[in-house]
Design a protein around this ligand. Structure first.
Ligand code: FES
Length: 571
């Protein structure tokens, strides 16, 4: 269709909003409540434009483009309206930008600067509210909420949960859990996708940077870090380092700030595959409960506990790689080093806010010793390094400590949706047929499609697999499984869309290309390794020879397996 924008002629396909069209034309329009791929709400009005024939300014994010339309995007009237909107918002906003966790990345702060908006305390209408810090993963500060509703929509539309919603009206409007319950008492699964879309500091992870510094300063503690697969492909974004894998730089950075040892969670991903692959083969050959469903993603685990408890027997009993690594650091490595495991502090560097919840689960300990003591998100890792004036750019590549630092490419791909399934299939093929899979790249389970399916030949056995990421997709998959519409033997589910590379603790990006780049980096790490199958990892083989015996042994169950339980579906 033909339209005119700011006096210039353009042609666009049908079905676009004014905002879509302007973005295609490279014309900048500010937005707050709008997010691509979520239902437009048109609530904040910051994106208003003039349309010939319209009596008032119209929200470009929710207004359809039509043939012959004449649009203006930046007149005096528009700028005044946008400035007024921001001034009304900041009149009701705490003025603590100096210490706010979102300072310099806050979208409201950026807009206020761009539009020259000034605080007008005389317009303040709203009360102050208590901060909800009940969750081990998230902090919710209603004082900083601008009622844009992005968190409500991502929780409902992408994750299919609806743990929060709008309540009351007008100036009293708030975003709250039902009945104003604490977040910890709700069906929130701690995935942190709401934090990633929040334009201000109203939602943030439960910070553990100060606690980490305190532990590093405590004499007599052995402080050990572990680095998750997806952290290494995203942390560089916060330091302007674009190497595929920043783990070697991060190892050096962590040693500089006082960590005694740095291990690789990818090692524990290999260990997970040994346990989970063996569990799958055992279920397949002994009439066990099928389909077996992966258990690495703690947001997914809480989701199934709330909404699909009938499938709890289908979950693998394996702990996640984070917890397995913690259990091996304290239960195996500490003893070899003649260290008291109670004096060893494990700090996990994770892409995930739900890992904070997982680490605190009562199930995640052995003989009263917690597997993991502190969890830091990728964003917090950047803050920690900056607190010590350590810039990743100036670090030198360094190797992980051993023996819990050697990993295969199969461990590396845990960071992407489909990665756990692919890694498991590489090992399950060996376990079932006695031969290694010839082509290790199982393309059918790769990529960002919400639900993927593949049938993989393991000798005579044809294994029906499904992979889902994003919990609304998981809900759809389990619903079709329940109705008998679909049948599988093995299912991988990750809570966050795209998997851990897009976890709730990762740097915020709304750009699909940026996520594609993280995905590319993960598979590049795998492709560049000699060792690409978990069962070939010599350090894993030694761990079984020295300590665990064989996969799924009694010792393995004691340290590496767990159980889950139903939770209420409603508050
Ligand atoms: Fe369009 Fe909020 S961004 S109304």
């Amino acid at each position: 269709m033909n339209v005119e924008i700011n006096g210039a002629p353009y042609q666009f396909d049908n079905g676009l909003t004014i905002l879509d069209a302007c973005r295609k034309a490279g014309i900048d329009i500010p937005t707050l409540c709008h997010l691509k791929n979520l239902t437009p709400s048109g609530s904040c009005r910051i994106c208003v434009v003039e349309v010939d024939g319209a009596r008032t300014l119209v929200p470009s994010c929710a207004y359809p483009l039509s043939e012959g339309m004449k649009v203006r995007t930046n007149t005096e009237r528009i700028r005044d309206a946008r400035k007024l909107i921001v001034e009304l918002l900041i009149a009701n906003h705490p003025q603590d930008c100096l210490s706010c966790s979102r300072s310099l990345t806050c979208e409201l702060q950026k807009l206020a600067q761009e539009l020259g908006a000034e605080p007008r305390p005389q317009w303040k209408e709203r009360r102050t509210y208590p901060v909800d810090a009940s969750s081990p993963s998230l902090v919710r500060d209603s004082n900083k909420c601008i009622i844009c509703g992005r968190c409500v929509r991502v929780c409902e539309e992408v994750q299919g949960i609806g743990a929060i919603d709008f309540t009351k009206r007008g100036f009293q409007t708030m975003v709250l859990p039902a009945f104003n319950e604490d977040l910890a008492s709700t069906t929130c699964v701690n995935c942190g996708q709401c934090i990633k879309v929040c334009p201000t500091g109203a939602l943030s992870e439960s910070f553990a940077v100060r606690e980490t510094i305190d532990v590093l300063n405590t004499k007599g503690k052995t402080v050990v870090a572990q680095i998750a697969p997806a952290v290494r492909v995203a942390l560089g974004e916060l330091f302007g380092v674009d190497e595929d894998n920043v783990a070697p730089l991060l190892v050096d950075a962590l040693r500089r700030i006082g960590f005694d040892y740095v291990f690789d969670t990818n090692f524990a991903a290999d260990l997970t595959i040994m346990e989970e692959g063996s569990e799958l083969v055992h279920r397949l050959t002994s009439g066990g409960v099928l389909p077996m469903i992966t258990s690495c993603s703690p947001g997914w685990i809480k989701f199934i506990e709330h909404f699909f408890p009938q499938y709890l027997p289908n979950l693998s009993s394996c702990k996640s790689p984070q917890q397995m690594q913690g259990a091996m650091i304290k239960g195996y490595w500490a003893k070899r080093m003649n260290l008291d495991p109670r004096q060893v502090h494990v700090v996990s560097l994770m892409p995930c806010t739900a890992k904070k919840f997982e680490a605190q689960r009562p199930e995640m300990e052995v003989d009263g010793i917690r597997d993991v003591d502190i969890v830091l998100t990728t964003r917090e890792v950047a803050r920690l390094l900056k607190a010590y004036d350590v810039d990743l750019k100036t670090c030198r590549p360094a190797a992980f400590d051993h023996p819990l630092g050697e990993a295969s490419g199969a461990g590396a791909i845990f960071g992407a949706t489909g990665g756990v399934a692919e890694a498991a299939l590489r090992t399950a093929h060996k376990l079932v047929t006695g031969r290694d899979l010839e082509n290790l790249d199982i393309e059918a389970v790769r990529g960002f499609t919400g639900v993927k399916e593949a049938t993989i030949a393991l000798g005579d056995l044809r294994l029906r697999c499904a992979v889902a990421s994003g919990l609304a997709n998981a809900r759809q998959l389990l619903t079709s499984l329940g109705s008998g519409e679909r049948k599988y033997d093995f299912i991988e589910i990750m809570a966050c869309p795209g998997g851990c590379l897009n976890g709730g603790g990762q740097p915020t990006v709304f750009d699909v290309d940026a996520l594609q780049e993280r995905l590319r980096k993960i598979y590049a790490i795998d492709a560049g390794m000699q060792l690409r199958r978990s069962h070939d990892n010599p350090s894993i083989q030694k761990l079984y020879a020295d300590f665990l015996g064989k996969p799924n042994s009694e010792t393995a169950h004691r340290f590496l397996h767990t159980h889950y339980h139903p939770r209420p579906e409603k508050v």
